[in-house]
Design a protein around this ligand. Structure first.
Ligand SMILES: [Mg+2]
Length: 275
């Protein structure tokens, strides 16, 4: 019987002990950057309109831009900006450098995220408010089992370290914090997975992945691992986010959870300790 609150997409999912667990950061553990798709898609839609490159009605244009942004969820942010520059060009415009789009996006996003940093730093809000529910519990559970924890994010490395520190989730990952330095667009989660498989000598099936994006899902499955899709909703809401669920299912996730509230039963089940 599957654990409560877990959707089993792959009934033949491997169960047994795992020798490493890889986590995405934004939307998987952290909610500090929630709302980023609205900010990114909003900027791109505005830019296309200002350049007179978008004849579509609002809803259609928003949907089109959102699809290519979310299809790259988990890749470095700079890759999403390069995709947008291609879109401008394909529509007959002259794009700015992707780095210029990245700066504008980060300025807009930080107008929102900076306030959350301040609230966490000053103690006006608690770390528990800005993590996916029971994030601390799942990390502690896996750490108690002696499973090396690996953090892999497409967000700038300095920001990931800062935000993970604010949320009290940096220490469990030790040296295994991987993210693009200075938004390096050549960073890939595939490289992180390959390095972990090699350095820990993992055999197929021994890697357990958790993430809300398609990039980590593809890479964990490519390495023969088991992927738990985290279809998290925003701060203060509950349940499974249907868009994320659909994308994770299409990318090959074995299981889907809304958050870590059921982590104790899920981990015992994955380890084959219960039926
Ligand atoms: Mg994510």
């Amino acid at each position: 019987m599957s654990p409560p609150g877990v959707e089993v997409l792959n009934p033949r999912v491997r169960r047994g002990s795992f020798r490493a667990a890889l986590f995405d950061f934004d939307g998987t553990l952290s909610l500090i950057r929630e709302g980023w798709p609205r900010v990114m898609v909003g900027m791109m839609v505005e830019r296309l309109r200002a350049l007179n490159l978008a004849p579509e009605p609002d809803e259609e244009l928003w949907g089109l831009v959102e699809r290519f942004v979310m299809a790259l969820n988990g890749h470095p942010t700079a890759v999403q900006m390069a995709r947008f520059a291609d879109e401008v060009e394909a529509r007959g415009g002259v794009p700015d450098a992707p780095a210029a789009y990245l700066r504008e996006y980060l300025d807009r996003l930080m107008a929102v995220v900076g306030g959350r940093w301040d609230a966490l730093t000053s103690g006006r809000t608690s770390a528990a408010e800005w993590v996916v529910p029971d994030t601390h519990a799942v990390l502690a559970n896996l750490a108690r089992r002696g499973v090396p924890l690996v953090l892999a994010s497409g967000t700038d490395r300095a920001a990931v370290r800062h935000e993970a520190g604010l949320l009290g989730v940096l220490a469990p990952f030790g040296e295994h914090v991987y993210a693009p330095a200075d938004n390096d667009p050549t960073f890939t989660k595939g490289q992180v997975v390959d390095d972990i498989v090699r350095s820990l000598g993992l055999r197929p099936g021994e890697l357990l992945g958790f993430g809300d994006g398609v990039a980590e899902c593809y890479e964990v499955k490519r390495a023969g691992g088991v992927m738990v899709g985290v279809a998290s909703v925003e701060h203060g809401q509950t349940g499974v986010e249907p868009g994320k669920r659909a994308r994770l299912a299409a990318a090959g996730a074995d299981l889907v959870i809304p958050d870590f509230a059921g982590q104790a039963a899920l981990v015992s089940w994955l380890w084959g300790e219960v039926e």
